[in-house]
Design a protein around this ligand. Structure first.
Ligand code: LHQ
Length: 263
């Protein structure tokens, strides 16, 4: 039987998800995108999982859409790209953004097209120095999808976003970090320890508060200062009634490390 295109394992409170079609640089065909949707939905529901780690097998993170599947001249292919994006990629972006626990993305190599934007949908992106980000769409006559035109201007500002999307040049990971597109880079040999280490740490943290922080940050670009202050107050009210706050403040007063349960 063929190996799954999405590898999944849960350990130490972390769901480890690996894009696994290395022979085509982990590019996505339909079954792979649907499988990733299923895994993300399971992970979102599983209280035993308190952080998510996403990476790619082999030398790439993901080259985006499998172009062999998408080529018009290949007969069957994908009939309607709009429907394809709506049913396969949009749900992935929303699943990552709405995940009620932090998602750490370890970009181990090139991230192109939908693969690049899937990485940008994650909460914390750490890339190998050898990795790169490529808004490849324009090179084949398409437009950025998978949230690219939403994430890019918010992360790097409109001038850099326009250049990245229109020129479709390969952006080395170190430059991506300088621009604020991603959190940081490290040598490939240290990527696993650095990024999985961050996920493991997050899995021991107050998960409920982390999910509220995600909601606050997601709402921020659309809110006025007044609205955001109100939302912070509301979330603080909720966080203040959590078991983890009770434990956090008790541990502080007792001068010990807290043991958070995520509730
Ligand atoms: C691939 C791919 C690939 C298949 C490398 N597919 N085989 C949404 C809706 C509907 C339709 C279309 O798209 C979308 C969203 C999108 O994501 S559009 C953007 C699609 N992605 C791209 O255009 C990127 C295409 N790939 C590349 O530009 C290069 O492969 C990059 C820059 C990623 C890596 O370059 P290299 O390191 O030089 O590797 P390579 O090009 O030699 O690729 C290695 C193998 O992987 C090769 O196969 P082979 O049999 O020759 O070893 C490639 O054909 C295959 N591969 N990307 N997307």
């Amino acid at each position: 039987m063929a190996e799954s295109s999405i590898l999944f394992e849960a350990r130490q409170g972390v769901a480890r998800i690996t894009l696994n079609r290395p022979e085509v640089l982990n590019s996505f065909n339909g079954p792979m995108a649907l499988e990733l949707q299923r895994v993300l939905a399971d992970v979102a529901r599983d209280d035993g999982v308190r952080a998510v780690y996403l990476t790619g097998a082999g030398r790439a993170f993901s080259a985006g859409q499998d172009l062999a599947e998408a080529a018009p001249q290949m007969g069957a292919g994908i009939g309607d790209f709009a429907a394809h994006v709506r049913t396969l990629y949009n749900p992935l972006v929303l699943a990552l953004r709405r995940m009620p626990k932090p998602v750490v993305c370890a970009v181990n190599g090139v991230a192109a097209g939908a693969g690049a934007n899937l990485a940008l949908a994650c909460d914390i992106v750490i890339a190998a120095e050898e990795a790169s980000f490529l808004q490849a769409f324009v090179r084949i006559g398409l437009v950025p999808d998978t949230g690219g035109t939403w994430f890019l201007p918010r992360l790097v500002g409109s001038a850099q976003a326009a250049a990245l999307a229109l020129l479709g040049e390969k952006l080395p990971a170190a430059r991506a970090a300088e621009l604020g597109l991603i959190y940081k880079v490290c040598p490939l040999a240290e990527l696993e320890a650095t990024a999985f280490g961050a996920a493991k740490h997050l899995a021991t943290q107050p998960t409920f508060a982390l999910s509220l922080i995600k909601q606050l940050l997601a709402a921020s670009p659309h809110n006025s200062l007044e609205q955001q202050l109100e939302m912070e107050a509301e979330c603080q009210g909720i966080a203040g009634r959590s078991a983890d706050y009770a434990e956090g403040v008790k541990a502080f007063l007792e001068k010990r490390q807290p043991t958070f349960t995520g509730r």
